[in-house]
Ligand binder design. Sequence first.
Ligand SMILES: *[C@@H]1O[C@H](CO)[C@@H](O)[C@H](O)[C@H]1NC(C)=O
Ligand SMILES: *[C@@H]1O[C@H](CO)[C@@H](O)[C@H](O)[C@H]1NC(C)=O
Ligand SMILES: *[C@@H]1O[C@H](CO)[C@@H](O)[C@H](O)[C@H]1NC(C)=O
Ligand SMILES: *[C@@H]1O[C@H](CO)[C@@H](O)[C@H](O)[C@H]1NC(C)=O
Ligand SMILES: *[C@@H]1O[C@H](CO)[C@@H](O)[C@H](O)[C@H]1NC(C)=O
Length: 363
Amino acid sequence: MMRMDMNQQFWVCGLLWLWMLFGISMSTRPLLINFGDSNSDTGGVLAGAGLPIGLPHGITFFHRGTGRFGDGRLILDFFCEHLKLSYLSPYLDSLAPNFTSGVNFAVAGAMTLPQFVPFQLDVQVHQFVHFKNRSLELLLSLGGSGNFINQDGFRSSLYMIDIGQNDLLVALYASNLTYAPVAAKVPSFIAEIKLAIKNVYESGGRKFWIHNTGPLGCAPKELALHVHNETDIDRIGCFCVHNDLAKLFNKGLRRMCKELRRALKDAAIVYVDIYTIKYNLFANPSKYGFVEPFKACCGSGGPPNNYNVKATCGQPGYDICNNVTSAIVWDGVHYTEAANRVVAATILSTPSLKLDRYLNKFK
Ligand SMILES: *[C@@H]1O[C@H](CO)[C@@H](O)[C@H](O)[C@H]1NC(C)=O
Ligand SMILES: *[C@@H]1O[C@H](CO)[C@@H](O)[C@H](O)[C@H]1NC(C)=O
Ligand SMILES: *[C@@H]1O[C@H](CO)[C@@H](O)[C@H](O)[C@H]1NC(C)=O
Ligand SMILES: *[C@@H]1O[C@H](CO)[C@@H](O)[C@H](O)[C@H]1NC(C)=O
Ligand SMILES: *[C@@H]1O[C@H](CO)[C@@H](O)[C@H](O)[C@H]1NC(C)=O
């Protein structure tokens, strides 16, 4: 709670500063510009890699494959609804994208490292720099007309980042689930996220919204794939090593955000604790209307995890649970729309994390 008060202070300072600097009087609507992985990919991997992600993904809400991993809306989609924005188009979408609400650079599978590989975080930021440059060029050449984000729009956008889980998982697999080698790599992941924030800042961004990483060790896929005994899991049934590393990563991320707040005085940097919210779903499922927290809704193999690597969700032999709204995890990895809704609602109802306030105050 202390930290959030700090956020608010930075917030107010930043606001005054910007007013003095630009004398802003903007009429524009709020914009979201997002970077990340499958947690917030609204169609990037589909557009960019042509990776078909069809039904049953999307079955609850979109009723077709949109490129989102999950049965419906993501946390980002719920944010857009809350702000009365249309869902974000992927930057990579070449067919009738609509960037009037912002733009989404997230691509499923993305990591912070290695660099210069599509579509890692640094590549997403390079794409953003190009996107901004090109949008401004087009606005100029069209005499200000056209649906492109303008200079004010880029300055007042909220820049969101949700990445890191794939770095941790890849490193965990490479080390046969041993803590130390992965822990040694965590600072390099954090450094990439810091670089991303700095580069967006250099490009004019001033408002940042950083999600920490979730409890990876609670995923049915992880529990199904890796043999474990009671010493490997915590009191609620999640893998300790995954979650200990997620917590280490989050600690570093939080510290980095704090450092950057000090260094970039006119910026607002909000650190959002997704881990605690998601962990609570697994720890107290019935409180939120969920059952069998460690069982994937869509998959095969039955209890306890309903995850079989040879017949995952969408592959021949899979099945879907009777009641998707009572499941936390959709396909063994990604969360259900019902879980995403709870996570988004929890964030939006946390007084210090009022998304609309962060979006509108700098305008
Ligand atoms: C783009 O989205 C905005 C906001 O949702 C909407 O008003 C506009 O009509 C859309 N433009 C196109 C070309 O669909
Ligand atoms: C866009 O990039 C080009 C070259 O890469 C540069 O000459 C131009 O000034 C940039 N335009 C804007 C609006 O930043
Ligand atoms: C991980 O385990 C596999 C199979 O037991 C083994 O072949 C491999 O060498 C191990 N790797 C590491 C980094 O310990
Ligand atoms: C549990 O598994 C670990 C290896 O993963 C092993 O070192 C330990 O002895 C096992 N404990 C029990 C109680 O079987
Ligand atoms: C499905 O689960 C939700 C949440 O637990 C519950 O409210 C609803 O009644 C269930 N629906 C059916 C048909 O069982």
